[in-house]
Ligand binder design. Structure first.
Ligand SMILES: Nc1ncnc2c1ncn2[C@@H]1O[C@H](COP(=O)(O)OP(=O)(O)OP(=O)(O)O)[C@@H](O)[C@H]1O
Ligand SMILES: [Mg+2]
Length: 251
């Protein structure tokens, strides 16, 4: 699926070392502030219909989904919301590394529990961040196709929405894994992460088409890696109102 990516980056950095939690390590930084803005904008999008369960996705891999997911989740928890983050990226999971958690059980444990004997509360783990719980990915079976695209996943999302104020799911890239399209339709909203200078417009267009076909509620996009002047080189902008021609963020 390399067709859509101009400079395909295949970083394993966040899988091994976890995402850079700048919202925890440098809460006063410009980038942390940008994550808070993303969270606030998403909250505003839910005035009519509250956004409780959402995901950040992207066209291709390594465009910043896990970094955005983890940091926006932290800002919600810092805002005293009860937050659950779910790692549903079965191919490139990161959350157990990011939050230094055990991964012997997780989402896959619940998805493969045909008899429904395992209580999700026994698999979800608290993190060191107050208000923030994580469901790590768990052991991934060799043939995991269809696990996310299932009634069981739909039921789990509904259960998590009852248990938490906000449920944020880290999903695979939409052009890489079919399940993401269906999973997106189970949520209140989806935000597309676009990596500045990397993601091609044609890839964004295709991702938007796929989200529309699955009737996902596309809330907007995060333009990742824009020049911010911050020490780390991390920069984020949030844009609205996707049209096929408009992939540039509004200022
Ligand atoms: N704004 C940014 N500035 C600089 N580096 C970034 C930025 N966002 C993400 N990165 C880096 O890019 C790499 C990929 O980020 P991340 O793992 O969050 O992306 P992803 O979309 O979740 O990837 P995957 O497809 O593997 O799940 C990581 O090394 C991360 O630290
Ligand atoms: Mg990721």
């Amino acid at each position: 699926m390399g067709l859509f990516s101009r400079k395909k980056i295949q970083s394993v950095d966040t899988m091994v070392n976890g995402a850079n939690l700048v919202t925890l390590t440098k809460p006063q930084s410009l980038v942390a502030e940008q994550f808070r803005t993303i969270k606030t904008n998403i909250t505003f999008m839910g005035v009519d219909h509250p956004i409780k369960a959402l995901a950040f996705t992207s066209s291709n891999i390594s465009e910043g989904k896990s970094t955005v997911t983890a940091n926006v989740g932290v800002t919600w928890a810092q805002d005293n919301k009860r937050v659950l983050m779910v790692d549903a990226d079965l191919r490139r999971p990161t959350m157990h590394s990011t939050f230094d958690l055990d991964n012997r059980q997780g989402l896959t444990t619940l998805l493969m529990d045909q008899e429904h004997v395992i209580n999700s509360q026994d698999v979800i783990q608290a993190t060191e961040v107050p208000n923030l719980d994580v469901l790590t990915v768990g052991p991934v079976p060799p043939n995991a196709t269809g696990l996310l695209n299932s009634q069981r996943m739909r039921d789990l999302v509904a259960t998590f929405e009852q248990m938490y104020d906000v449920v944020i799911i880290d999903v695979p890239p939409i052009l890489e894994v079919n399940d993401t399209q269906v999973l997106s339709s189970m949520l209140d909203g989806v935000v597309l992460v676009v990596r500045s200078g990397v993601t091609q417009k044609v890839a964004v267009k295709r991702a938007v088409e796929m989200l529309n076909i699955s009737k996902a509620n596309l809330l907007g996009y995060v333009m990742n890696d824009v020049a911010s002047g911050d020490d780390d080189g991390y920069g984020y902008g949030y844009g609205y109102g996707y049209g096929y021609g408009s992939v540039e963020p509004e200022d």
